[in-house]
Design a binder for this molecule. Structure first.
Ligand code: MN
Length: 241
């Protein structure tokens, strides 16, 4: 196939005195380097998700705001950060459409949480206050091209292949929420030493990979992290032959 088209939902962000439909440069650059064509999708009109889904070959769900807890049947707790229900609705619709149409997905940070919610799972609204034990520092005070905590990678996983068979990988961390109960069609493929969920995949072993860290801020200096994007583009090509 020609270069696969990768849809990336764009958050509405206030920059200066105007709202912009915004995607981080890291995701755009990583998709291009891996051989994909990034297409940015505004997220103010959830009803357009079907139209957007029709023109993309794969879906990259990026990092961003918290997911509004009403999408997993909870009320907001005090430590919940900024949420945007239009963004949530759009990304949940895009995820469900991509799964129904067998279009591969890569979830990053918030994106991994969105796909878990879209498929019937739920989240910790705030790890530190909701965890029943001492957690690690998951909102790191270090440059984002550096890993800070380890992720233990499951043996039978795409992620283990991506990492060349390594079982313990240093990842960066910039999140205060995480997956609580996994959606039925997902399996756990990496966890931190405090048991925080760090990666998931679809049980079919092909359609979905989601990581809780940010490979898009590491891929330029870390080949292992770039391999996540190479694997994504390869899965998209396999799904569209
Ligand atoms: Mn983490």
């Amino acid at each position: 196939m020609s270069k696969p088209v990768i849809g990336i939902p764009a958050e509405r962000r206030l920059l200066g005195d105007s709202y912009r439909n915004s995607v981080n440069q890291g995701e755009v650059a990583a998709v291009i380097k891996a051989g994909g064509v990034p297409v940015l999708m505004p997220t103010r009109e959830p009803d357009l998700a079907e139209s957007y889904s029709a023109v993309i070959d794969g879906l990259l769900l990026p990092g961003g705001a918290d997911v509004a807890p009403r999408f997993y049947d909870e009320e907001p707790l005090p430590k919940l950060s900024m949420t945007d229900a239009y963004l949530d609705e759009t990304e949940i619709a895009l995820t469900q459409l991509a799964v129904a149409q067998h279009k591969p997905i890569l979830g990053i940070c918030r994106g991994t949480q969105v796909l878990n919610v879209a498929l019937g799972g739920n989240l910790y609204q705030d790890i530190e206050t909701q965890f029943d034990r001492q957690s690690l520092q998951h909102f790191q005070n270090a440059p984002m091209d550096q890993g800070t905590h380890y992720a233990e990678v499951a043996e039978d996983s795409i992620l283990r292949q991506i990492f060349g068979g390594e079982s313990r990988v240093l990842v960066n961390s910039h999140h205060h929420q995480s997956i609580k109960h996994l959606a039925p069609q997902l399996k756990l493929t990496a966890a931190a030493s405090d048991d925080v969920v760090e990666a998931v995949e679809s049980k079919d072993g092909e359609l979905i990979v989601g990581v809780q860290w940010h490979p898009e801020t590491m891929f330029e200096v870390n080949q292992q992290q770039f391999a996540i994007f190479e694997n994504f583009i390869a899965r998209v090509k396999r799904a569209n032959v």
